[in-house]
Every structure is written in structure tokens, then in C-alpha cells.
Design a protein around this ligand. Sequence first.
Ligand code: ZN
Length: 475
Amino acid sequence: MAKDQFVSQIADIEADFPQWYTDVVIKTKLVDYGPVKGTMVIRPYGYAIWENIQRELDARFKQAGVENAYFPLLIPMSFMTKEAEHVEGFAPEVAVVTHAGGEKLAEPLVVRPTSETIIGHMFGKWIESWRDLPLRQNQWCNVMRWEKTTRPFLRTSEFLWQEGHSVYATGEEAERETLAMLRLYGEFAKSVLCMPVLTGRKTEKEKFAGAVATYGMEAMMHDGKSLQAGTTHYMGQNFAKAFGVQFTDKDGELKFGYTMSYGVSTRLIGALIMTHGDKRGLVLPPPVAPYQVVIVPIAAKKEGVLAACEALREELKGAGLRVMLDDSDNSPGWKFNEWEMKGVPVRIELGPRDIENGKMTVFRRDTCEKSELSLANAGEGVQKLLGEISVSLYEKAKARMEQRVVHADSLQELLDGVNAGRFVCAGWCGERACEDKVKEFAQATARVLSEKNTHATCLCCGAKAKYTVYFARAY
Ligand code: ZN
């Protein structure tokens, strides 16, 4: 099959980015649609990425002293109504179980959209004194939020995630943890997903239902739109009061704890696809790629070629790399296209001439450049190359994001900016009416508040600016 024919199976990334995304996730077998509208099947190639994300993040949580646990999927309906803002925020999205075992249930059960309520309830049972604090637990699980319009990884009714929940004796400690987890996510995004992010506080309108403050990390996608890639929430005593999370303090008094939570989901897979992908398909960051290296034998039928490829595979595996040897009957050209579309960071071509010269031809997916590496110390050479690819992916995405931040002093300038796929930095008075106006006028939302106040006036009403905000269209 000619190369052009193959590439044409994926929509043009510049001309039709949404279709490109759909084509890529389906054709590379990351996902398929489930029979119930809005659900997705994560296929092995996609699930392997999730497992790598999980492993990297889980190690960081444990390093930070957080323990894993598992809480039930079903939550009594009455729990959801205990925290007023929380129920209001999630009511439109919850799926409810009304019947089980052939009978109508006395109390309907909610399929968890998030677990603050049930975890608050259990923490309330377990905590007695200040000695039990802080209590810091995380769970890896699925959640369900009924969505009207869905897209694989980005928005599906059921998705996988982790949700961490902590209780502290003081608000300062819980707030500090909220920011520490945001930093942990940012470092993870950089070093594992090779993805630069903007982090900061969310506006009241964009915060989590029931939180005092929400912080988010936002990443810029190929089309200049923003994707919320993770959030951390400081709850103050809202959930502690609703669920009786109390402790006897050192002074003998019974006090409510302060809680916080944080989560990232399979959405991260969508984020890395739309950050790094190109016209040929996926470009996977080496730390999460299911296969970091694919070996393609050239003139595979010639004596010694396959054996040399197998020996190389074992050597690279021994060096701790995830390796695929494609010894299928397809032509080398077909394999090149297939694995390029699937985003494998490094391809090694090994034929009789290479073997004779003690070299291998190496193709890196991010730049599509070929070079030669010595077959001696192959593991070390490839390891080094993967490291360079990770750095290069991050730097490229960072440069793109920085180039695409513009400043606006009026609604029209903001509209021009988001139309051109930019993050727009602008002053804001802090009033909800102005934030709503931005949404209505430009279909853009406040992504995060900037730490620096660089604008004197609100882009909307002209009053004195309280904040500088990054606005963008978002997924
Ligand atoms: Zn204003």
C-alpha cells in the first residue's frame, strides 16, 4: 500500500481536527464505542497507556505518603443531598439505581459521580482524635456522569480516574496540600506526559460543587483549545460539617476537620493525543507509550535477520524497555506506516547490511528523522534517544503554548484571540456578569487565574481589574 493512501485514512489534522481525533483513537485501536451511548471500551493499546499513567502517578502519591483504599460504587441518595452546592452541581449528571433484585429499593442509590460524600461519611466514622490526622487516602476507580455529548477519553459517561481525599486539623494544612497536589500533577504532566500546563485557581463559576476553592491544570491542545487535565479542591469544613468529620483536638475540644480532594482521569490520554499528535497520527511520549520501540526486520527471510532482531529485542527488554518485534507477514513499508500512526517513539530497522556493519537504522517518531546507532550497547543508545525525545516533545509543546498566549483589553480582542486558537490573558473585575458576558460573546471560559496581575482594567466592563485571567475555548 502506498504511503499516501495510508495517511489518507486519517482526516487532515489542520483541516478537520475533531475528525482527525476520532480517526486516530479508533484506527489505532485505543478505544471503541460501547453499546450504551456515551460509554467507551478502552482497548489494550489504550489501557496500556492508562496503566503507565497509573503506575507513575501512584508511585508519586505513595512517595508523598498517601495510602490507597477502595470505596463502594453505590452511594445512598440521601448522602448526595447533605451538601447543598454539591447536590445542585451533580444532580443533572447522576445515574440512579431504583431497582435491584427484582424489587424497588426503599432508598434510591446513586452511581458515584465522585466520592466526597461516601468518603466523608467513612472518615467521620474512623477519625476520633487529632492523633488520627491527617488522614490521606486515594482510590483508583470508575465514576459515572451522564453526559449528553460525548467523545472518547474527553467526555464519556463512565470514566476511570483516581480521587484522593485528605482530612487535616487545620485549614492551612489542607490548603497547603491542595497546592502541593497541584504541583505534583504539574510535575507529572511535564515529566511523564511531556505536556506543559498552566496551573492556577479557578473562578467561583468554574469551581467544584461544594468546594471553597478549586485549582486546575490546563493544557493547550493542537487546535489552541484548552483541556482541563486535573483539578485539586480545598473544601474548608463544608463536607466535614455535612458528614460529621470531627475530632477531639489537643485542647480537648470537639472540632470539624478540613478536607481537600484531587483527581485526574483517563482524560489525560485525550490530552496527550491532542498535544503531541501530528498528521501521521499518534505521537506517544516515551514514559507512557505501550511500546517504546518497535523493531522491523528488513529482508526478514534472509538468514540471520530474524535471529538478530530477536536478540536485539531481548537485549532492549533487558535494558528495561517496552519493545515490540513486528515479525508479521506485512511489508516493511506497511509496518512503518502502521507503527507511525500508532505513535511508537522509536522504530529500529534491521537488515542484513546493518547487521554486517554492526549498526541499526533508527527512526524517531517525533521528528520523523532517521539516524544510525551502534548495535553494541543498543540498550544504552536507545534509552538515551528516548530521553531526548521526551525533552524535545515537552519543549516543542511549551514553545507552542507560549507563542499562543495573547493579551486582550476588550471583548473583541478576546474574540479575535480565541478564534485564532489562542489563550487570552485579560483583566477581570471579578464579577460573574462579566464572566458570563465573555462566555456569551466569545464562547470562551476563564480557565485559571494568573498569579501575576498584568492588566489594569476588566476587559468587559472597564472597571478596575481584580484578577488577570487566562481565557480560552475549552474541551
Ligand atoms: Zn467587569
